[in-house]
Design a protein around this ligand. Structure first.
Ligand SMILES: Cc1cc2nc3c(=O)[nH]c(=O)nc-3n(C[C@H](O)[C@H](O)[C@H](O)COP(=O)(O)OP(=O)(O)OC[C@H]3O[C@@H](n4cnc5c(N)ncnc54)[C@H](O)[C@@H]3O)c2cc1C
Length: 666
C-alpha cells in the first residue's frame, strides 16, 4: 500500500509489518494494521510481508527508501534485541541514517501475550501508531568510537577461566586472571576421576594450570577479588583487592616447612569438604598453582592469640610477613569474562534424605574426596568406622528438578552418579543401588558408559528416593546400623524399603557464592535459577546484555567439563572479536547535557549507576562520558532543571509517542 512520493523536507515514513510466519500474523490482523498505518500522517508507504528480516524483506525497504525518498522507517516486528541491527544496516545501505529507523515490538509485547485477535490487532495498531509518531521527531545520530584496551579480565580460575585465559593469551592479548582462592583449578581440582573416560581429573587439569602460571601474557591474581567495575566495553576500569597472604611469594620457595611446623593442625579443610584437617598456614592441595602457602588469619595463633610466629622462625628465605595488609589495584581492560562457576546447594536442607542426621550420608563432592588418593582416606572408600560399605544408595535429583528447591536439572548428576557406581564396584565389594527419575546420558560416550555400569551389576531403581529413615519393625532384615531408603519403584508400582549403610546424594548445582554481588557489579542479569543470564539462550550463549562482558562455564548454567571448556572457548572468541578490532562503536542513544540549563546541582552524578557523569569544575556544568553512558535515562528523570536529554528519547519524541499510544488526534 503506497501513496505519493514525499516532497523534500516533509516527513516520509515507511511502515513495514512483519508476519513473522504465524508468530504475529496468527494473532494480529496484519492487513488491517497496514491499512490503518497507511492513513497515519507522514506515512507514504505501509506494507506487510511474511518475514521482513529475510533478504526480500530488507530489499523492499531499501528499494522504498530510494524510490519514495523515505526519511523515516518503522519496522513492526519482534523485539529490537533480535533484529534492530539487521534493519539499521539495511537502512544505512540505502543511504538513510540508521538511527532514523525504529522498531515497534508487536510480537513479544503483543501477539505472544494474547490469543484474542481483535484485541491484539487494536494493541498492535496503538503500538505502531505510537512508533510512527515518535519516528517523525527522530534526528539523525552518529555513533561514537572508542579504543579497546588490548587486555581481558577473567574472573574465576576454574577450568572455564583457565581455558578462556589461555585462548586469549595464546592469541597475543594480555589477561588478568582473578581467582578468590589461593589456587586456580576450581571444582575440577577436587574431582577424582572424570566420566565417561575415567581420566584422573588432576592429571588432565594440572598441565593447564601450570601453563597459565607460566604464560607470559597471563597475570595470575590468586587470592584476589574484584571490588568495583566502572567504564564500558573497550575501557573497563576494575578495582581488584589482593587479600593479605602474609607470605611473600617472590621469596617463598614452596618448601612447605612452615606448613609442617604450624602448631594449629585442626582447621577443617575446605578443599577436602571438611572431612580432613589442615594447618593455619597451608596450600589448598599438593598440585596448587601457585604452590605457595597462605596464612589463614582466622585460625592462626599469631593473629588470634597474639603470639606464635613459628612459621616465621622456620622460614629460611624470610618469606613470612605478618604485617602484610590487603591492597587495592586498578586494572584497565577492554573485555571481561565471568567464570565464577557453581557451588552445590546447601545440603544441610536435605534432612529428609538423611544429610546431617546420619554420618554416612555424603554429597557428590564429599564422595569425590573420599575416592581421591590425596583425600582424607587416601582414596579408600570406607565409612567413618574405617570399614568398607556393604550396600550403597546413590540418590539422584537431590534438590534438582524439584519444585521445593531448584527447578532446573543439574545435568551432570546422572553421569557422576554412574561414575560413583563404577568406582564403588571397582574399589569395594559393595552392592550399589541408583535411585533415579530419568537417566540423562546425553554426551559423547555417555550412553555407552551407562551401559557399562549396568553390566557391572549396579541395580537401577526408577523412582526418586522419598526419604531416608532409621530401620523400623518393617525392616526386620536390615543389618544393624543401616539406614532405610524409601522409594517407589515406578516401573513396578511398588514401594521399596532398601537397607543401605552408605548414601551419596547427587546434590543440585547452584550459582557460586557471591554471584549476586558479581551480577550487581557488572550489571549483568541472572535467570530465575540464579545463574547468570546470557544475552540470547540460543544465539548468544556466551554474551551478556552488557557489551564486552562474557560468560564462561557453569556460572551460566550447570555443565560438564567438555561443555564448560567449549563454552569458555566461545567466550574467549567473542572477547577476541573486540580485542582484535581495536575499537568499538559507541551507541549514540545516550544522555546529553544542555549546559545553558545545567545548575551543576550534582543529582545526576549521584544517581548514575554507571558513574558516567561528572561536574566539570572549570565550567561548573555536568558532563556525560559518552563511552560510559548506557542511555538508561535515570539522570533525565532526576534532573530538576530538565537540562539532560536522552538522544532518541527526547521529551518531544516521547510526548508524541504517547499521543499515538493513547489514540489522541494528531
Ligand atoms: C560431584 C561432581 C562430580 C563431577 N564430575 C564430573 C566428571 O566426572 N566429568 C565432568 O565432565 N564433569 C564433572 N562435574 C562437573 C564439573 O565440576 C564442572 O563442569 C566444572 O568444574 C565447571 O568448571 P567452572 O570453571 O565452570 O566452575 P568451577 O569449577 O566452580 O570454578 C569456578 C572458579 O571461580 C572462582 N570464583 C567464584 N567466584 C569468584 C569471584 N567472585 N571472584 C573470583 N573467583 C571466583 C572459584 O573459586 C572457582 O575457582 C562434576 C560435578 C560435581 C558436582
Amino acid at each position: 500500500m503506497s501513496k505519493a512520493i514525499s516532497k523534500d523536507g516533509q516527513p516520509a515514513v515507511g511502515v513495514y509489518i512483519c508476519h513473522c510466519g504465524t508468530n504475529i500474523a496468527g494473532t494480529v490482523d496484519v492487513e488491517k494494521l497496514a491499512k490503518e498505518m497507511a492513513g497515519e500522517a507522514g506515512v507514504v508507504v505501509s506494507r506487510e510481508y511474511k518475514f521482513m528480516c529475510s533478504d526480500p524483506g530488507q530489499e523492499q525497504i531499501k528499494k522504498d527508501i530510494k524510490e519514495f525518498g523515505l526519511n523515516r522507517v518503522v519496522v513492526a516486528a519482534c523485539s529490537p534485541r533480535m533484529h534492530e541491527p539487521t534493519f539499521r544496516r539495511a537502512c544505512a545501505q540505502a543511504g538513510l541514517n540508521p538511527f532514523l529507523m525504529l522498531m515497534a515490538n508487536i510480537r513479544e509485547q503483543c501477539s505472544w501475550v494474547t490469543k484474542d485477535r481483535e484485541q491484539a490487532t487494536a494493541k498492535a495498531i496503538a503500538i505502531v501508531r505510537a512508533t510512527v509518531r515518535r519516528a517523525l521527531w527522530m534526528r539523525p545520530l552518529q555513533p561514537g568510537r572508542a579504543k579497546v584496551k588490548p587486555s581481558t579480565l577473567v574472573i574465576g580460575g576454574g577450568i572455564a577461566g583457565i581455558q578462556a585465559a589461555l585462548d586469549i593469551a595464546e592469541a597475543g592479548y594480555q589477561v588478568h586472571l582473578v581467582e578468590r582462592n589461593q589456587s586456580i583449578g576450581g571444582h575440577m581440582a577436587e574431582l577424582d576421576k572424570t566420566f565417561p573416560t575415567l581420566d584422573c581429573s588432576a592429571c588432565i587439569l594440572t598441565p593447564k594450570m601450570v601453563q597459565v602460571a607460566q604464560h607470559p601474557n597471563i597475570e595470575l591474581l590468586t587470592y584476589h577479588e574484584v571490588e568495583e567495575v566502572r567504564g564500558s566495553v573497550g575501557q573497563f576500569k576494575v578495582k581488584v583487592r589482593r587479600k593479605a597472604t602474609c607470605v611473600d611469594n617472590a621469596k617463598c620457595t614452596g618448601c612447605g616447612i612452615c606448613i609442617t611446623k604450624c602448631p594449629v593442625k585442626k582447621v577443617p579443610s575446605e578443599f577436602d569438604e571438611k572431612m580432613a584437617f589442615r594447618p593455619a598456614i597451608y596450600t589448598m592441595f599438593p598440585q596448587a598453582v601457585p604452590n605457595k602457602p597462605v596464612i589463614d588469619r582466622k585460625h592462626c595463633n599469631y593473629f588470634v592469640r597474639g603470639k606464635c610466629g613459628v612459621c616465621e622462625k622456620f622460614c629460611e628465605p624470610g618469606a613470612i610477613n605478618m604485617k602484610d595488609q590487603d591492597s587495592i589495584r586498578e586494572l584497565e581492560v577492554g573485555t571481561i569474562i565471568v567464570a565464577t562457576g557453581y557451588d552445590l546447594v546447601d545440603p544441610g536442607q536435605f534432612k529428609q534424605w538423611g544429610y546431617g542426621r546420619f554420618p554416612e550420608v555424603y554429597t557428590g563432592l564429599e564422595f569425590e574426596r573420599l575416592c581421591n588418593a590425596m583425600g582424607p582416606t587416601s582414596g579408600k572408600i570406607v565409612k567413618k568406622n574405617g570399614q568398607a560399605p556393604g550396600v550403597v544408595g546413590i540418590l539422584h535429583c537431590i534438590g534438582s528438578r524439584d519444585e521445593n528447591y531448584c527447578k532446573h536439572c543439574s545435568r551432570v548428576c546422572c553421569m557422576y552418579s554412574l561414575k560413583f557406581a563404577h568406582l564403588l564396584r571397582e574399589k569395594t565389594t559393595a552392592r550399589v543401588f541408583e535411585f533415579y527419575i530419568d537417566m540423562r546420558a546425553f554426551g559423547k560416550g555417555y550412553e555407552e558408559f551407562y551401559d557399562r555400569v549396568m553390566h557391572e551389576g549396579t541395580r537401577f531403581v526408577r523412582g526418586k528416593a522419598g526419604q531416608v529413615l532409621v530401620p523400623s519393625e518393617a525392616d526386620a532384615d536390615a543389618p544393624e546400623g543401616s539406614m532405610i531408603v524409601v522409594a517407589e519403584e515406578t516401573t513396578l508400582g511398588k514401594l521399596l524399603r532398601v537397607p543401605v549403610d552408605m548414601i551419596i546424594l547427587a546434590t543440585a548445582m547452584g550459582p557460586a557464592q557471591g554471584a549476586k554481588q558479581v551480577s550487581e557489579m557488572l550489571r549483568i542479569p541472572r535467570s530465575a535459577d540464579g545463574f547468570f543470564a546470557e544475552k540470547h539462550p540460543k544465539l548468544a550463549p556466551t554474551e551478556t546484555p552488557t557489551d564486552g562482558v562474557f560468560l564462561a562455564g557453569t556460572c551460566q548454567s550447570p555443565k560438564d567439563i567438555p561443555d564448560t571448556v567449549a563454552h569458555a572457548s566461545g567466550a574467549a572468541a567473542a572477547a577476541l572479536h573486540f580485542l582484535a578490532r581495536g575499537e568499538v562503536e559507541i551507541d549514540p542513544s545516550i544522555a546529553l547535557v544542555r549546559p545553558e540549563m545545567c545548575t551543576a546541582c550534582g543529582m545526576c552524578v549521584d544517581v548514575c549507576a554507571y558513574q558516567a557523569i561528572e561536574i566539570d569544575p572549570k565550567r561548573n556544568k555536568a558532563v556525560v562520558n559518552t563511552t560510559t553512558c548506557k542511555g538508561c535515562g535515570t539522570c533525565v528523570a532526576t534532573c530538576r532543571a530538565t537540562a539532560i536529554e536522552l538522544q532518541q528519547f527526547t521529551g518531544r519524541q516521547i510526548y508524541h509517542e504517547l499521543t499515538g499510544l493513547l489514540g489522541e488526534a494528531w
